[in-house]
Design a protein around this ligand. Structure first.
Ligand code: AMP
Ligand code: GLY
Length: 703
């Protein structure tokens, strides 16, 4: 194969750098030009000072240089018709025609197409009248998804949390015409993890690329404003092969066919911005081009000759199926401090020559030998590894070699794959106990006495002994007085009741706790009844349970209290959310339901053997599972984005500790999840300590 091909790449960001880099690996490509290119691209291509939308300038340049193939990166160039102009002049070009680019440039065009050809997406209506749009939005549940029907540089989508936000957005789009005159599409709000699925498309031929995921928010934990993308990675563990195959067939291939049927065949990259919702994979948006920053992690995996693919698509010839390396790439964007708001340019960047990873430039400039920042997103460092963890370690180690006073980056790229957002009950319990310890010290100074807890254990059940030891240890840690009363296995009910009675009357005792279960000669209900209500730190006493339901001040059962604290820790506002509690016990399930109702959630309490439990659990924004049985809930039963609290503590067939929820699959859908074991247990003990302090205060200082 002769290495004689001349290629022009139109565009200049990190995405174009990755395209130029892939082209430079082609055995056919002799020389690459890039218009306008950037300081990083200049190492692999000759930069041409032409704007990407200067159709006439680009055309004359290609003709003058005898360019064999032109490749278009940015949507702006496609939507002004650069492809149509090149084709009319008989030049080979990779990219969609203006008519085909409507799949990105007009939200309404894309929605109508998907409707007509049954391509799964959110339901919608479109409007050009402000009042009609506002009435429609206000008659539906929030959040509302509002999309300006045109190119708006990624700013045309507003997820309005309430009526005021929706009105402001509609006013700006339809009355003030902030992006120009246009319509607005109002869509159903979908939930679940988002991912990007790109393919080279030539008419009905679809050559899929590996899946990837972008990180749109500026800061760690997906916080802060939306950006052009702060990092991306390939190898998504939460998308199963069947999901991918479905998306290829029912979304990408179906769309390619639909575009042919509509008379505007695709001839470039189709980018599906997809979401894995509880009802399956759906389209959030289409783009008519390579994604940024996804391209920077996807193209490095291509082992085939990209020139061959580009040329095949540009000429309607069948290409051989692209081959992708079986590895994971992970890329982190280094951005100017202040981005996506205002930022300074011109800071010197040192150390890039030491970096053993790909660096794609996004906004840099050379000043002699010096490399300077020259944009919001400055560069993307991309490493490869056998899995996400290896790639992540590598990329951050390489980034540490780069020095610049004015750059920042996210440290949690690929958190969906690696971190599964754990609600760390152990850590939270520890910090609650530290606060209590502080408080107990102050209480002693004020009242001359510490809170005190009496713990009774009957018999020698080994699990109970462990629990009791932990409770006493915590009481000591918090600085309370504690008394451990051990009674023999054959203790009579009468003897136990007598003991409880004496503790009830002991003015030095603030809290009484009887470890359950009790030996079978003792009626647990009678024992719980016997504990004075005001000393019942477990909150099991029927009067405490009744007061809880009646909304009166009372001792809240400690496990339910701990569960709600864990949910709070996720940051979720329960108002208007759906909570599903699986398990209806009097000491966990039912009180949890009540506490969630008090937080304005809609609550469903389900039995673990409910027919088609999955149908119920998939509605849950918050899912609490307190059954005491292995794998009551598996990942497919978790609504993507849900907060999952696993109360169970079981042993599996091999004797390993496990909860009621299959953690490995559930964490891939959950936004927050308790680990197993160690989520709820430590919280129960922390709440027990808190209840003891509250009982103490109520007794010593009743007002
Ligand atoms: P787009 O520009 O269409 O990709 O929208 C920007 C972002 O808005 C997407 O990446 C999603 O996070 C969010 N979004 C768009 N449409 C929806 C929808 N129907 N439901 C939920 N989130 C959405
Ligand atoms: N990464 C999103 C986009 O390219 O539009």
């Amino acid at each position: 194969m002769a290495k004689d091909k001349k290629v022009l790449v139109v565009g200049g960001g990190g995405r174009c750098h990755a395209i130029v880099d892939a082209l430079s690996r082609s055995p056919q490509v002799a020389k690459i030009w890039c218009a306008p290119g950037n300081a990083g691209i200049a190492a692999q291509a000759e930069c041409v000072p032409l704007k990407d939308t200067d159709v006439q300038g680009l055309l004359s340049f290609a003709q003058k240089e005898g360019i064999d193939l032109t490749v278009v990166g940015p949507e702006a160039a496609l939507s002004v018709g650069v492809v149509d102009a090149f084709r009319a002049a008989g030049l080979k070009i990779f990219g969609h025609t203006q008519a085909a680019t409507r799949i990105e440039s007009s939200k309404e065009f894309a929605k109508i197409l998907m409707d007509k050809y049954d391509i799964p997406t959110a339901g919608y209506r479109s409007f050009d009248d402000f009042q009609a749009a506002l009435d429609y939005v206000n008659a539906r549940p929030f959040p509302a998804v509002l999309k300006y029907d045109g190119l708006a540089a990624g700013k045309g989508v507003v997820i309005a949390a309430d009526a005021a936000e929706a009105e402001a957005a509609l006013r700006s789009m339809l009355l003030d015409e902030a992006f120009g005159k246009g319509r607005v599409v109002v869509e159903d709000f979908l939930t679940g993890p988002e991912f990007s699925f790109m393919a080279f498309v030539d008419g009905e031929r679809v050559y899929p690329m590996p899946l990837s995921q972008d990180h749109k928010r500026a800061f760690d934990g997906d916080k802060g404003p939306n950006t052009g993308g702060m990092g991306a990675y390939t190898g998504l563990p939460f998308i199963m092969e069947e999901d991918r195959a479905f998306a290829q067939k029912a979304i990408l291939e179906a769309t390619a066919k639909a575009m042919v049927a509509e008379g505007c065949p695709l001839s470039g990259v189709l980018y599906g911005g997809l979401m894995k919702t509880p009802d399956g994979i759906k389209v959030i948006e289409f783009n008519a081009r390579f994604g940024d920053p996804e391209t920077e992690v996807v193209l490095p995996l291509l082992e085939s000759d990209i020139y061959d693919i580009f040329e095949a698509v540009a000429t309607g010839r069948k290409a051989s199926e692209p081959v992708w390396r079986n590895a994971v790439t992970l890329g982190v964007v280094l951005a100017s401090k202040g981005y996506p708001g205002s930022y300074e340019k011109g800071a010197e960047i040192l150390g890039t020559e030491q970096v053993d990873a790909k660096i794609y430039h996004m906004g840099t400039k050379r000043d002699g030998d010096r490399l300077l920042t020259n944009g919001g997103r400055v560069m993307m460092v991309v490493a490869e590894g056998k899995n996400a963890r290896a790639a992540r370690e590598k990329v951050y180690a390489e980034i540490a070699k780069i020095h610049c006073d004015n750059l920042f980056h996210r440290r949690d790229i690929a958190h969906w794959a690696l971190d599964g957002k754990i609600l760390d009950g152990k850590a939270l319990a520890a910090s609650i106990k530290d606060e209590l310890r502080d408080r107990v010290g102050k209480l002693e100074v004020k009242y001359g006495r510490k809170p005190s807890l009496a713990v009774i254990i009957v018999g020698n059940n080994p699990a109970s002994q462990v629990y009791v030891r932990n409770k006493v240890k915590s009481a000591i840690y918090v600085g309370m007085n504690s008394r451990l009363i051990t009674m023999a296995e054959d203790t009579s009910e009468e003897a136990l009741l007598k003991m409880i009675d004496s503790l009830n009357r002991d003015p030095e005792v603030d809290g009484i706790l009887v470890q359950l279960p009790l030996p079978k000669q003792i009626d647990e209900a009678r024992v719980i009844d016997a504990i004075a209500q005001e000393k019942d730190v477990d909150g099991f006493h029927p009067l405490n349970v009744a007061d809880l339901w009646l909304g009166r001040k009372c001792t809240v059962p400690c496990t339910p209290k701990g569960i709600v604290r864990l949910i709070d820790e996720s940051g979720l506002d329960l108002t208007g959310k759906t909570a599903v509690v699986v398990g209806r016990s009097n000491i966990v399930g039912k009180p949890v339901a009540k506490l969630l109702l008090d937080r304005n959630a809609t609550v469903i309490v389900a039995h673990s053997r409910t027919k088609d439990l999955k149908r119920i659990t998939l509605q849950a924004d918050v899912l609490v599972v307190a059954v005491g049985k292995v794998n009551v809930v598996t990942g497919d039963m978790v609504k993507p984005g849900a907060v999952v609290i696993d109360v169970g503590m079981n042993r599996d067939a091999e004797g390993k500790l496990c909860g009621d929820v299959d953690y490995v699959t559930a964490r891939l859908n959950a936004s927050w999840i308790t680990p197993v074991p160690g989520g709820v247990g430590p919280m129960t003990i922390a709440m027990l300590m808190e209840n003891t302090v509250e009982c103490f205060l109520a007794r010593i200082d009743p007002q």
